[in-house]
Ligand binder design. Structure first.
Ligand code: KG4
Ligand code: ZN
Length: 342
């Protein structure tokens, strides 16, 4: 049976809509919001307004590119949370309006589960490798860092998570300190390629939880290194930018890999995936692939277009939920925090 799902994502600063038929992606349109760059971070109120401007043309384009009219949509999947409440409200309200007007069921999607399920999307010209259940996913985004045991599209157990900052935040905040533009992750990734990753040493965390992370100590250590060095030489950052980026990136990757490897050993799971915005990082992608080669894992490194926020991942999550009859009530409201969803 053919199931066609429209996915809508609006949790942070990307407005996205995608159409999927079974697991095959027919379109995936993303409007990124340039309005935040000059502030060095996402301004929630500006994000909501930009979503309002973008949502109709983005959904319209996604439907047209897929060659699908609204009456052929079986369900509308939308991001319920976690994310910025105002941003989520735009996507949820739009999904509701479209659902009511066309008598189409709605399916709520947890944004983080969406990142993980992006590994099940296929492209029209080729199927992509899908992990087998249960697999472990290192979920690294701007707001979350978790190790998740995935037993089915709905059964996900967070076995470890950050106790303070997320890995993406560590990238973004350290980039800001160096005067680099937002978001800092991709810029650090690029600069790190020209630097020496052993040039600087930053402190690594000792977290009690077996699979838990912490990145705020690294951020502080980075900040102090810079402050002391700049006091001696005002041009320090400019002169050592590439080495600073390479060393910082290497430290973040080491921290991430250390606990991930421990989890795979303890749980005896050899299908290992990465997901979320930080999984676009070239150093992390290589490190996970290398760890997999050494340890006999099957590694699942997402296509770059599925790493940062996109609606394809919401549509595929919606596909599985719709098939399982997990339809949302029209009274559903978005939620900002993950704890309110689970
Ligand atoms: O998943 P995502 O798009 O949004 C959230 O759900 O948070 O993740 C955004 C995060 C930002 O912190 C951004 O700096 C980071 O992903 N990011 C990267 C790279 N591309 C995006 N971090 C490191 N290297 C990259 N290439
Ligand atoms: Zn995300």
């Amino acid at each position: 049976m053919e199931i066609t799902i429209l996915g809508i994502e609006s949790s942070c600063d990307d407005t996205s809509a995608a159409v999927i038929r079974n697991t095959t992606l027919l379109s995936n349109v993303i409007a990124s919001q340039a309005v935040h760059v000059k502030y060095g971070g996402v301004i929630p109120e500006l994000a909501s307004r930009a979503h309002q401007q973008n949502i109709i043309p983005v959904v319209d384009t996604a439907l047209k590119e897929a060659g699908v009219t609204v009456d052929k949509i079986d369900a509308i999947a939308f991001t319920r949370g976690p994310g910025l409440l105002g941003s989520l409200l735009v996507g949820t309200s739009f999904a509701k309006g479209l659902a009511i007007a066309n008598n189409i069921p709605m399916v709520e999607v947890n944004h983080l589960q969406g990142h993980i399920l992006s590994h099940f999307v296929d492209l029209p010209d080729r199927t992509l490798p899908h992990p087998s259940f249960p697999f472990l996913c290192l979920l690294v985004s701007g707001g979350h860092t978790q190790i998740v045991k995935v037993s089915s599209p709905f059964d996900m157990e967070i076995i470890g998570s950050t106790i303070d900052d997320a890995a993406g935040e560590a990238f973004d905040k350290c980039a800001k300190v160096m005067g680099l533009p937002y978001p800092g992750g991709p810029v650090i990734d690029r600069l790190a390629k020209e630097g020496d990753s052993s040039a600087f040493t930053f402190s690594k965390p000792h977290v009690k939880g077996e699979y838990d992370y912490s990145f705020s100590g690294l951020k502080t250590s980075f900040l102090y290194t810079l402050r002391d060095a700049v006091a001696q030489d005002p041009d320090f950052v400019e002169k050592h930018k590439a080495d600073l980026c390479a060393s910082l990136q290497k430290t973040i990757i080491d921290i991430l890999l250390n606990k991930l490897i421990k989890a795979t050993k303890d749980l005896g799971i050899k299908d290992v995936a990465i997901a979320g915005g930080v999984s676009a990082n070239s150093g992390l992608r290589e490190a996970v692939a290398e760890a997999g080669r050494r340890r006999g894992w099957r590694t699942f490194i997402p296509e770059l277009k599925f790493t940062t926020d996109n609606a394809a991942m919401i549509a595929i999550s919606g596909y599985y939920r719709y098939q399982a009859g997990m339809i949302s009530d029209l009274s559903i409201a978005p939620v900002a925090r993950l704890e309110e969803i689970l």
